[in-house]
Write a protein that binds this ligand. Structure first.
Ligand code: ZN
Length: 299
């Protein structure tokens, strides 16, 4: 299929998505038995595209405040995959200040982009990709004192070539298990079916857990969740999203650790590293329609 047609139809599907979220997978006795042999899960929260450079009601700041103070667990730590040179994100004075705050509060900074825009790594030639990775690593090192070890590519788009470039730069690729589908790429912000969406996705993850497919780290199974902190809707609803995750766990029969979210930076780093993609030929499941979109353009 022609790429433009594909992107347009993907857009149509995404816009139509609120109407067609499948119901959660039903728990079978086999799944139930498999789950009993597994440790509890802990949600590993990640945020893409920030930090916001907005001086008016900054959504990233709202996300940070919500993680620090909420009714469920104090001082939750997350991984922020930042855009270090985008003028509306980390390439701004305010953006750099917020990245400092993220570091100071024990969050982890990972690399998302270091180009002026949200460039697809696969569309960058070798020198441009390498330059953007080394720029981004240097930008983050200037904030945290050490180059980042985690990377998430824009649009979840990578291939053998970009994967090798990440490795050369000491960057490990982290994908996701759950996605709030709140990326601005589709042109809408609100997520009216957020609860049904996360419930369905967690029921899929539960099946993988029951089959023993997810690693255990420090006695728990990290389940990676992705949000977009530039999204004002997400920012306003961060506390509600935390509650939805807990509700989804109980509704799908997934055991939660006593601490349902990470609140220790070193443990967060270990868990994230354990979930990174080992080699570029590893089969992966991308959120939403992305597998479908990229698989027709073989890596
Ligand atoms: Zn992004």
């Amino acid at each position: 299929m022609n790429q433009l047609v594909k992107v347009l139809s993907a857009f149509a599907i995404a816009v139509g998505l609120p109407g067609c979220i499948a119901s959660p997978i039903e728990m079978t006795p086999q799944t139930e038995q498999g789950l009993r042999a597994q440790p509890p899960i802990r949600f590993l929260l990640t945020f893409d595209d920030g930090p916001s450079a907005s001086s008016w009601w900054n959504p990233t700041v709202t996300v940070l405040d919500s993680l620090a103070r909420n009714p469920l667990q104090a001082d939750i730590k997350a991984v922020f995959f930042v855009q270090t040179r985008a003028s509306r994100a980390g390439g701004s004075e305010l953006g750099r200040e917020i990245m400092q705050r993220e570091q100071a509060e024990g969050h982890i900074l990972g690399l998302h982009t270091a180009t002026p825009g949200h460039s697809n790594h696969r569309s960058l030639d070798a020198p441009a990709l390498q330059q953007s990775l080394s720029n981004g690593s240097a930008d983050i090192a200037a904030i945290t004192g050490a180059p980042p070890t985690l990377l998430r590519p824009p649009f979840w788009s990578y291939d053998k070539r970009t994967f090798a470039a990440y490795r050369q730069q000491g960057l490990h690729l982290l994908l996701t298990d759950l996605s709030a589908n709140d990326g601005k790429i589709w042109g809408f912000n609100a997520s009216p079916r957020r609860r049904a969406n996360l419930l369905r996705q967690l029921s899929e993850v539960r099946e993988r857990i029951a089959r023993g497919e997810l690693p255990t780290v420090d006695g728990v199974i990290p389940v990676v969740v992705t949000f977009h902190d530039l999204n004002r809707y997400t920012a306003r609803h961060t506390r509600e999203y935390l509650q939805i995750l807990l509700d989804s766990a109980s509704a799908t029969g997934v055991k939660l650790a006593q601490k349902p979210f990470y609140d220790d930076t070193a443990a967060l780093q270990r868990a994230a590293m354990a979930r990174t993609v080992r080699d570029s030929s590893q089969a992966v499941k991308l959120p939403g329609i992305w597998n479908w979109l990229w698989n027709s353009n073989p890596h």
